[in-house]
Design a protein around this ligand. Structure first.
Ligand SMILES: [Zn+2]
Length: 129
């Protein structure tokens, strides 16, 4: 069992490939690339791969929303405002959290695979071979 690589927060923040830390994961705001342009690592290893990103997105949204709601409650804001706050938060930050949920999920998956199988999976998951 090999040692798992550390999560690279700069690569996550800039949306880079978890393997080479150079290739951009997103093609544009709405689409994820099929593979890394630098190292060829697949960003869509299997159908339904990004279902786990839903949980990551939920956690990201909760991390953003709960402090806001607690702050609003401490400021004694009316209940209607408290009920609208999650919708406003999702309308303004929802796309960003969705994109970062996918990036974080890719990095977590890469780290888990490397921790379990070492470097063996690296070659299997390359595209075009
Ligand atoms: Zn790469």
């Amino acid at each position: 069992m090999s040692k798992a690589p550390k999560l690279d927060f700069y690569a996550i923040l800039t949306g880079r490939c978890p393997q080479c830390l150079k290739g951009p994961i997103n093609q544009n705001l709405f689409f994820t690339r099929k593979a890394c342009p630098e190292c060829g690592r697949s960003f869509m290893p299997e159908p339904g791969f990004y279902l786990g990103a839903i949980a990551v997105g939920f956690l990201l949204n909760a991390m953003l929303l709960i402090p806001l709601l607690v702050t609003l409650k401490m400021m004694d804001v009316p209940m209607k405002t408290l009920m609208i706050a999650p919708f406003v938060e999702f309308a303004t930050l929802g796309m960003t959290t969705l994109i970062y949920a996918k990036i974080i999920w890719l990095h977590l998956e890469y780290r888990m695979i490397r921790a379990l199988d070492g470097d063996q999976k690296q070659d299997v998951r390359r595209t075009g071979d």
